[in-house]
Design a protein around this ligand. Structure first.
Ligand SMILES: [Zn+2]
Length: 70
């Protein structure tokens, strides 16, 4: 992958996209350890992904709160 040629903003967007794609697995605890660390490192300096994660967490907890099937 030649991400080095992209400008910093494009690289940042690509990272956000990657991180957001794994967030549901991250919340479910189904992400492998190296990806968890990678995700947390990104979240530390990316407030917009933190907000996405907070919204997703609320949605997931809301679904569980409904009782669901079973
Ligand atoms: Zn991000």
């Amino acid at each position: 992958m030649s991400a080095a040629g992209l400008n910093p903003i494009a690289r940042h967007r690509a990272r956000c996209h990657q991180v957001r794609g794994r967030m549901s697995d991250y919340l479910d605890g189904e992400l492998e350890q190296s990806l968890v660390q990678d995700t947390e490192r990104h979240l530390r300096w990316c407030p917009s992904c933190r907000r996405v994660l907070a919204n997703l967490r609320r949605t997931v907890e809301g679904l569980r709160g409904l009782g669901g099937p079973g």
